[in-house]
Ligand binder design. Sequence first.
Ligand SMILES: [Zn+2]
Length: 237
Amino acid sequence: MSEKTDALCRLQSLDTKLKIVEGDKLYRNYDVQKKQNHIQQKKGELSKISEEIKTFYKKISSKELDLKSLEADIGKLRLQMNQIKTNKEFGATKLEIGGKEANKSVIEDEILKLMTVYEEMQQRHKTSEKEIKQEELQLEELKKKVDVDLKTLENEIDELKKKRAGYEAGLDKDVLQQYQRLVSHKDAVAVVGVVNKVCQGCYMSITSQTLNKLMTDRDLTFCHSCGRILYLDNGKE
Ligand SMILES: [Zn+2]
């Protein structure tokens, strides 16, 4: 392998490492975001439950008002009964009280049922609140861990970048430019091996002229099909 190609190979492997570490950094940040989104969603659900509880409470209060007014009616009718002179009137009032008592027990049943659901809702609210608190604690822990990881990754990135700058300094300007041009056009793979006379970038056979150049030339050799920089891969890489 020519010296220039060798240097570019090393540069490329550094760039690959850099990309991996930068990807790791992104993923670590994503972990925190995922957790934050999850908590946000749970908070949304919690406020929905709160609204439901409020609406339900109003329903119960209005039923309780109905009950009170029925009780007041019944009380009044009972007082009236004391002053009734005729049997007929007495019977009619008694019947009316009976009707109101029946209504009252229906409403009481309804309130009881509503109360059961109401208590369930409150329990759900409490559970959800507890879960959110737990998850927020977990988030804090995660953030601490991620911060440490990010610092490590950033140090790694800095190291790689420093190393890269060193490599760059040792390369010809136009060699470097050719490399950068290929990186931006060929999915970041600029330097590829040739195995059994086949370019590993585009999988086309190389010409014997190219092969000849690869074996003798000290300059860069390019694939005639894809334009990538070639080196002979004898399985040592
Ligand atoms: Zn090729």
